[in-house]
Design a protein around this ligand. Sequence first.
Ligand code: VGL
Ligand code: ZN
Length: 197
Amino acid sequence: MSSPRATALLVVDVQNDFCPGGALAVSGGDAVVPVINRLVRRAEHAGVPVFASRDWHPARTSHFNTQGGPWPEHCVAETDGALFHPDLKLPAATMVVSKGDHPGADGYSAFDGHLDDGRSLGEALASHGISRLVVTGLATDYCVRASVLDARRASFDVVVVADAIRGVEVHPGDSARALDEMRKAGATITDASRVRF
Ligand code: VGL
Ligand code: ZN
């Protein structure tokens, strides 16, 4: 029998601005919330730590089209748009990873982010002995994709939960292409009901 792999649940950017009514709304973005809430409850029961990333931009950044970047203003630090979706039920011990907070960087990957104590996500995962990540959240074709590809580069086992992610789809098919890339990089794509903690 193989030894148990220490797993963490990663919830990527389930923030108001990525949900319907938000500044950079992902179609059906809020539909991931109940699926993620169930996974969070299961993770808590299994003693699996939860990490939640958040897009946390300065008001002026090359990430925004006001400064020549690709995106409308969204998830400006400390604004309502940057808050986690109000129905998302994160455990009190959730480790929050802020990213995109440098004015010259997109910060798509949670691995580019840092905890409140300044540690990178990679350092925090290492200190918990984590070798396997279950990944959920927004958006499939940007921050989920970038985080999953970085996790694979760092040799984590990665499970992407297909019914707990949604894409921006700037170009139709972007999410399907992102899923292909993640699969080719060695990630497993599955549904929430099949996730084992
Ligand atoms: C994201 C576009 C711009 C994401 C962040 O969280 O996927 N997408 N900033
Ligand atoms: Zn952003």
